[in-house]
Design a binder for this molecule. Structure first.
Ligand SMILES: Nc1nc2c(ncn2[C@@H]2O[C@H](COP(=O)(O)OP(=O)(O)OP(=O)(O)O)[C@@H](O)[C@H]2O)c(=O)[nH]1
Ligand SMILES: [Mg+2]
Length: 282
């Protein structure tokens, strides 16, 4: 059977994922100009979140800049500067991704937050990972939170990163709360493949408690007509969390396969439909 095409069992899954992500991309970059003479600039989408949560991966997969499978080989590279994804035929429409590492935020975030407060963005994607943030320190033993035991380090590290997720949200809230135009926020919690057995705790963490309370502040300030929040839990790739020296930190959970990953992304598309129709309402 020399002429037969090799069967790639993963191809249908890949095309579903590609299709769904492309759908978001098309929506986010669709032209929402109201005026005929194009005087009103189109409002883009801003992607924010701590370092190593999956912002660049998300934007690159959506924009078709990399194929989903290529991501497997790519090791983590911290984004240094703003990443702007534009449409070839309309460079005004853009999805902006900010670098998340704390020491890099100072140079780019103040201006972005000023733009949020001015109503320049139609939507904000906040990327979280329930603390499972990739980091660039070669070994965890050199990390500031390491005090001698690996289990203690992991607990302290994931807690510390969840605190950083809240810190990011708290930084954004005052700017969102004075946004003069309609704006939505999509909280994305990535890396479900690493924490799936804790789903209940993860949902509680984001839907009840401090995270939800911060979002509630914005909802109270802007009202339901001007502000809408949705939250999705998903996996963008299946990948063990390791240090640069390949030390294992957290393995993907047994049973979390491509089907579950695909379902998580498809589920996001339903949630996003809600945002889309809300945005279209006057
Ligand atoms: N297991 C798992 N790994 C993921 C997922 N999403 C992204 N990653 C991995 O997490 C690492 C960090 O992803 P990036 O997209 O580079 O993170 P970032 O938020 O852009 O980080 P900064 O640029 O430093 O702000 C990469 O190695 C990705 O492959 C996911 O859903 N599951
Ligand atoms: Mg990045």
């Amino acid at each position: 059977m020399a002429d037969e095409e090799p069967t790639n069992l993963e191809e249908p899954t890949r095309s579903i994922i590609r299709g769904v992500l492309k759908g978001f991309w098309d929506w986010w970059t669709s032209d929402r100009r109201t005026s005929e003479n194009h005087l009103e600039p189109t409002r883009g989408v801003l992607i924010l979140g701590p370092g190593g949560t999956g912002k660049t991966t998300f934007a690159r997969l959506m924009s078709g800049k990399i194929d989903w499978l290529d991501e497997f080989s790519g090791r983590y590279t911290e984004s240094v500067e703003l990443e702007q994804f534009t449409l070839l035929d309309d460079p005004d429409v853009e999805v902006v991704v900010a670098p998340g590492q704390q020491y890099r935020r100072a140079s780019t975030w103040p201006e972005l937050l000023r733009q949020v407060a001015a109503g320049d963005y139609r939507g904000l994607v906040l990327v979280n990972a329930y603390g499972y943030h990739t980091f660039s320190t070669p070994s965890y033993k050199y990390h500031r939170l390491f005090t001698g035991s690996k289990p203690d380090f992991l607990k302290a590290y994931f807690d510390d990163r969840r605190t950083d997720e809240l810190r990011v949200l708290r930084e954004v809230v005052p700017h969102l709360s004075i946004c003069p135009k309609k704006i939505w926020v999509l909280s994305v919690v990535t890396k479900q493949d690493l924490w799936a057995s804790q789903q209940q705790a993860v949902e509680t963490h984001y839907q009840i408690g401090e995270y939800a309370a911060e979002i509630q502040t914005v909802a109270a300030a802007l009202g339901a007509q001007r502000f809408r929040h949705e939250i999705v839990f998903l996996s963008l790739v299946l990948r063990n969390l390791e240090t640069l020296a390949n030390e294992p930190l957290q393995s993907t959970e047994a049973g979390y396969d491509m089907r579950r990953l695909t379902n998580s992304i498809q589920n996001m598309s339903q949630i996003v439909e809600g945002l889309k129709s809300w945005e279209e309402k006057q």
